[in-house]
Each structure stands twice: as C-alpha cells, then as structure tokens.
Design a binder for this molecule. Structure first.
Ligand code: SF4
Ligand code: SF4
Length: 96
C-alpha cells in the first residue's frame, strides 16, 4: 500500500524536489541552537524569530541551492519539521 499525505505519495515528497516551501513560514527561536545573530529578528516584546527578507523567505536560505545555509545550527522548529509530514505536504500544496 502506498502511504499518501494530501494525495501525494510520501515517497515523492522530498526537500530536493521542493522549493523550500517551509522556509517562508514564520520560525520562532525557542531554544539556543547557535543561530547567527544576523539571521535573528527580535520583536518589540523580545521574541526571536528567523529573519525573513522582503520576499518572505528566511534570510538563512541559500538562494542558489534552496537549502539551509545554517543547517548545523538551525532552530529547533526547523529540526522538528518533518519532510513528508502532513504539515510539509500542506506547505507544498499552498506554495508550489
Ligand atoms: S520539509 Fe517539506 S516543505 Fe520543507 S523543504 Fe522539505 S519537502 Fe519542502
Ligand atoms: S533556518 Fe534554515 S531550515 Fe529554518 S527556515 Fe531558515 S533556511 Fe529554512
């Protein structure tokens, strides 16, 4: 049986055939994983999120490869966001 998420076979949902869809969503920084300060936005209440540029994409996204340029120190939320999950499929459907 082929497992499907939102009618897409899970085996066909790969970051390598995506367009970094989840990297234009708001990412809160809730633990210190070592994200470089230049990629952190701090709002008026002191909450930290990944800095997003004018086009909405995370400033840490490598625009040439559409891969994360700070993979080893990426925020906890990015680590937990699972390729092939329901949330991942939703992002792809919404943004690709
Ligand atoms: S986790 Fe999902 S939405 Fe994010 S880049 Fe990978 S395939 Fe795309
Ligand atoms: S830190 Fe990396 S994985 Fe997380 S949103 Fe930014 S580019 Fe994507």
């Amino acid at each position: 049986m082929t497992i499907k998420v939102k009618n897409l076979p899970v085996s066909e949902i790969l970051c390598s055939n995506c367009q970094a869809c989840c990297c234009s969503s708001e990412v809160m920084i809730i633990t210190d994983t070592g994200v470089p300060v230049r990629h952190i936005h701090i709002d008026e209440y002191g909450s930290e999120t990944m800095l997003r540029l004018d086009d909405g994409w995370c400033s840490a996204l490598d625009r040439d490869t559409l891969m994360c340029s700070i993979y080893e120190v990426r925020p906890w939320i990015c680590r937990e966001f699972e390729m092939g999950s329901y949330e991942c499929a939703n992002e792809r459907i919404e943004k690709m």
